[in-house]
Design a protein around this ligand. Sequence first.
Ligand code: 13P
Length: 253
Amino acid sequence: MRKQIAAANWKMNLTFQQGEKLLDDILDAGINLSPDQQVIFAVPYPYLLMTRSEVEDAANYEVAAQNCSDKISGAFTGEISVEMLHSIAVNYCIVGHSERREYFTESNSLLAEKINRCLEYRITPIFCCGESLAVRESGKQNEFVQTQLGESLFHLNAENIKKIIIAYEPIWAIGTGKTATAEQAQEMHAHLRSILAAQYGQEVAQAISILYGGSVKANNAKEVFSGPDVDGGLVGGASLVASDFKEIIRSLK
Ligand code: 13P
C-alpha cells in the first residue's frame, strides 16, 4: 500500500517556543503509526533541527523544509540549498506551494530545477499543484494541473517520479475554510493518477502518494481522506492546534 500521510505546513507561523510546545503536545499523545502511515512536520528553517530531535524516537514521524533553492551553492544571500538540508538530515521538502508560486513568482520550470536538486540529495519533494478559483470556474482545472505536472515533473524517469509525493491544493480552498468536497478531491486525485498512469504506467501511478490540501480540519479530515485516491493531507491552519492535528493524524486510512 502506498503511504498515507498527514503533513503539517506551519508556513510563517509560531515562535520557536510555541513550535516546541506544539510538537510536545502532539508527540506526547503517542499516536502509533502503522508502517504505511507517516506524519511530516514542515516547519520554518530555524526550527528544523529542534523538530528533528523532537521526532527522533517517534517511528514514521518526519521533518520537512517548506522550500529550497534551485541553485546548488554560491552567492545567493538568504537562500537555503538542498545540500544544507541534507547535511542536517532533513529528508523532505515542500516544492511549489501556491504561496511561493504567487508571492515569489515560482514557475513550473524553476520548480523542475528544485525537484532535481532535491532528488540529487535524496530529499523527497512534496510537490504542490492546484488551480485558482478562476480556473476552476472556467472548468479548466484538469488541463491546468496536467500542465503543472508535465512542466515540473515529467522530465523524470519512472524510478525518480516514484520518489515524489504530490499534494493537490486547490488555491480557492487554502485558508478560506472552503474545503473541496470529498467527491471533488477524489475526482481530481483520480485525474492526477490517470495523468501519471498515462505517462509512466499503472504500477508507477499506484505507488505515488497524493495528498489533499486546503482547509483540512479535525472535523472533515476523515471524510476528505476517504476517497481511494486521497492518501492523506497537507494541512495549514489546523496543524497549528495540537488537538486538531492529532485528530487529523487519527483520520488517516
Ligand atoms: P489551510 O489548511 O490553512 O487551508 O492551508 C493549506 C495549505 O496551504 C497547506 O500547505
